[in-house]
Design a protein around this ligand. Structure first.
Ligand SMILES: *[C@@H]1O[C@H](CO)[C@@H](O)[C@H](O)[C@H]1NC(C)=O
Ligand SMILES: *[C@@H]1O[C@H](CO)[C@@H](O)[C@H](O)[C@H]1NC(C)=O
Ligand SMILES: *[C@@H]1O[C@H](CO)[C@@H](O)[C@H](O)[C@H]1NC(C)=O
Ligand SMILES: *[C@@H]1O[C@H](CO)[C@@H](O)[C@H](O)[C@H]1NC(C)=O
Ligand SMILES: *[C@@H]1O[C@H](CO)[C@@H](O)[C@H](O)[C@H]1NC(C)=O
Ligand SMILES: *[C@@H]1O[C@H](CO)[C@@H](O)[C@H](O)[C@H]1NC(C)=O
Length: 493
């Protein structure tokens, strides 16, 4: 621990104990999500994590790296279950304290997408008090931290500065996140009872309900006296999702409507060919959900991601208003200069030193190895949407806020998913009948809100006209207002 982290003079030993036993989660992923949900609810064995009182951690309090921002933050690594010096497994986080009474302020956990992108990206693209720019880090006037604490987590292991033993599926990754959080609250015990919100987008549409499900299940186990020894309940209140990939069937069913019919991104020849590949893709998804073997899920991954793909003719899929012809067609982030800014920022010795990053550790904005491993395990093609009804029924509120300029995860797929795939929630009928009301009040063509339930709603959909895949970066002021309204649970109008 750094001498700068005076706050952290806590009863924690940084000596690691040998791993106690391994988590038997791998068989789980072979079952369908439907099976997982009911099976887990009845007799999921307690996960084996190290005693939260004894784990590797290293926390710094960075200063002066974020322009003229005076925000207080802590960054560092926490060792997860199984972590040893020889075989590490360490999550990197950057925790930004709320400006107003952090000890009571709700906590937002923010992660990345991908699978394989760093959790620092969303944080430094508009959520945290610190923004990545071409010239380094600068203060962000639209920070989400005026009234909220924000924890940016490099999730799963392998992305950003998190390093060591990888996992290859979102369920195992969610146990890692749970383990991380339990240990985080040992280091920051004054935050342990605060309201807890999880935020993610893109592949976060898979990560977030998985993390929420593990927290919810473990809370129930703790209540029944069968939780992890030493674990505490996490006050999970709400979820915030932007432009998700959640339901593969909804996603692929509507993808071409957006790309071919509504926006003419591909030409006629390509669209004819793409439409001819669609039934095979949709059938392979149906098979993979009905018989969720790894080969079936991997087959569907290839048939859909590979089969439903054509040239973008210089249009940037994440924001169809932009054009860009990448120099290297195989570089997935060539048209997103922010990824370069992140590499530059996180290789700057001053930044690294303040964050306390070990010398030999490089920042991985997008880890393609993690991406491939999740693909090989068939993580994408599952009935992820079935994770939501138990959460919604337990009173955990769900917000989707969606940029309509995104051809990567087009809003039509999300609309289809929230309308049709959540039929078993208590809110569905009301949601189908509710209008999309222009928002903010007294503005035109900015966005719409459809909310069901009191306050900001239990189940709410916001559509934003002028945002793409990176909703927050595109509409920082609106995103800040949405998040503040949502977490305070205030009416939109
Ligand atoms: C902080 O710096 C920004 C430019 O990066 C400037 O616009 C702003 O006025 C500064 N704020 C203060 C309080 O100095
Ligand atoms: C993958 O799916 C296609 C189309 O349904 C089928 O023809 C093929 O046999 C499948 N391959 C495997 C390995 O299951
Ligand atoms: C469609 O685009 C492809 C490039 O992806 C090009 O080779 C083809 O000539 C185009 N076809 C038409 C009809 O424009
Ligand atoms: C980290 O990056 C530096 C500079 O690009 C490179 O020389 C080094 O090999 C990298 N280290 C690892 C562990 O990948
Ligand atoms: C996923 O990871 C587990 C544990 O490392 C491994 O046993 C399993 O073979 C992996 N699955 C695939 C499909 O690669
Ligand atoms: C909806 O959210 C409110 C909080 O705004 C909560 O009290 C209520 O229990 C939720 N409704 C359901 C049916 O879960």
């Amino acid at each position: 621990m750094s001498s700068k982290s005076e706050l952290l003079a806590l009863p924690v030993s940084s000596r690691r104990r040998p791993p106690q036993s391994t988590f038997a989660g791998i068989t789980v992923v072979l079952l369908s999500s439907l099976v997982i949900v009911s099976w887990l609810r009845s007799f999921y064995p307690p996960i084996a994590i190290q005693s939260p009182r004894s784990f590797y951690h290293r926390v710094h309090k960075p200063e002066g790296i974020c322009g003229n921002s005076s925000a207080v933050s802590y960054a560092g690594h926490i060792g997860l279950h199984g972590d040893t010096e020889e075989s590490p497994k360490r999550s990197f986080f950057w925790y930004f304290e709320a400006e107003e009474s952090p000890e009571d302020a709700p906590i937002i956990l923010t992660i990345g997408g991908g699978p394989g992108t760093s959790g620092m990206m969303n944080a430094l693209q508009g959520q945290s008090p610190c923004s990545a720019t071409e010239h380094g880090l600068a203060a962000n006037p639209y920070t989400w931290t005026k009234r909220h604490n924000l924890i940016a987590l490099d999730h799963p292991i392998g992305v950003g500065f998190s390093y060591g033993t990888h996992v290859n599926n979102s369920r195992s990754a969610a146990y890692d996140a749970y383990d991380f959080l339990q240990k985080f609250f040992v280091l920051f015990p004054h935050l342990a009872r605060n309201k807890f919100i999880i935020s993610g987008g893109s592949y976060g549409g898979v990560y977030v309900p998985n993390i929420a499900t593990v927290i919810h299940e473990q809370n129930l186990l703790l209540k029944a006296g069968r939780g992890q020894p030493g674990a505490i309940p996490i006050n999970l209140d709400a979820l915030i999702i932007s432009n998700p990939f959640t339901s593969p069937a909804s996603h692929f069913r509507w993808l071409l409507q957006y790309r071919c019919m509504d926006h003419h991104i591909h030409n006629e020849t390509e669209c004819t060919q793409l439409y001819s590949a669609l039934p095979t893709c949709l059938d392979s998804i149906e098979l993979a959900l009905a018989v969720p073997s790894v080969p079936n899920r991997v087959n569907a991954t290839h048939l859909c991601y590979g089969g439903i793909h054509a040239d973008f003719h210089g249009i940037v899929p994440e924001d169809i208003r932009r054009t860009c012809v990448p120099e290297d067609k195989n570089d997935p982030v060539a048209c997103h200069p922010r990824f370069r800014w992140f590499s530059e920022i996180f290789s700057d010795p001053t930044v690294r030193n303040e964050l306390g990053v070990p010398e030999n550790l490089n920042f991985t904005g997008l880890n393609m190895e993690v991406n491939q491993e999740f693909q090989a395990a068939g993580d994408m093609i599952q009935a992820h949407h079935l994770l939501y009804p138990p959460l919604l029924s337990a009173g955990i509120r769900l917000l989707h806020y969606i940029g309509k300029q995104d051809a990567n995860c087009p809003w039509l797929g999300t609309l289809s998913f929230v309308r049709l795939k959540l039929l078993e929630t208590p809110f569905q009928q009301a949601f189908l009948e509710a209008p999309d009301v222009p928002w903010p009040p007294n503005s035109r063509d900015v966005g719409t809100v459809r909310a069901v339930g009191p306050g900001a709603g239990n189940f709410t959909l916001i559509l934003l006209e002028e945002a793409g895949h990176f909703t927050v970066a595109d509409q920082p002021a609106l995103a800040q207002r949405i998040v503040e309204t949502w977490i305070a649970n205030e009416a939109w109008f």
